[in-house]
Design a protein around this ligand. Sequence first.
Ligand SMILES: O=c1ccn([C@@H]2O[C@H](COP(=O)(O)O)[C@@H](O)[C@H]2O)c(=O)[nH]1
Length: 286
Amino acid sequence: MTAPARVRPFGERLAAAMDVHGPLCVGIDPHASLLDAWGLPDDAAGLREFAHRVMDAVAGRVAAVKPQAAFFERHGSAGVAVLEEVVAAGRETGTLVVVDAKRGDIGSTMGAYADAFLRDGSPLAGDALTVSPYLGFGSLDPAVDLALATGRGLFVLCLTSNPEGPDVQHARTAQGVTVAAQVAARAAALNTGAASLGSIGLVVGATVGTAVRDAGVDLAAVAGPLLAPGVGAQGAGAAELAAVFGDARRQVLASSSRGVLAAGPEVGALRTAALEASSQAAAALR
Ligand SMILES: O=c1ccn([C@@H]2O[C@H](COP(=O)(O)O)[C@@H](O)[C@H]2O)c(=O)[nH]1
């Protein structure tokens, strides 16, 4: 009997993509204001044109794209269909797709989210999904299991880029460690034995300043990818990336949405902005 083909883990695929293209993820966040600035209607047709222009500009040229599910869901089922098209375009062009849906629920419901976003054959299943551990890290088990079984990945919210995050993430558990440090330790345990990067990553905002140190989070020990939103529109740049991530900088996938999308609507201008952001991230993180 032949052994089943081994699926290549997400972490390995992401490490390879970052080696080729640099450490940038382009966020696809079709804000109503951006649709307007691009001369597109704030409806599913406008959304579709926007999303395809971004994919035309960056697919095969950056390590990953990150469609923000909320901006697709606000257009109802027609918007979700466009999200499915983005996922399909990523598959067709060999571009990794991180679906930023930040799912998190009790374990039994988490199984259904995993089925939607991480199961082979699901039209919403990209290469990785953002998830929230704030119903308890163990509630994510169905997503962890399915991601690892299908060669997909997770990015678990750890230290988010918004100013409200520390209220929860810097709080201390009964064991005396911060919530963020505990999230990081759980991710590290899941990446034990991974060949290059593990497939269970964290979200750590590039805007968090000294929070990694303040909250006692050991990012290098995670041995998985670190998705770093906050680059561009939220104010972080090369200096912040280098300062926040220190010794863990080789694990970082910097993420910029509006910072790149503001260059639209022309495909060439979007591509130039993305490649420039990618070079800057590479220089900051090398
Ligand atoms: O801590 C987090 C987690 C996720 N995000 C998401 O990233 C983008 C940021 O967009 P910009 O236009 O580059 O500011 C957006 O989809 C957020 O939901 C984050 O910003 N911070």
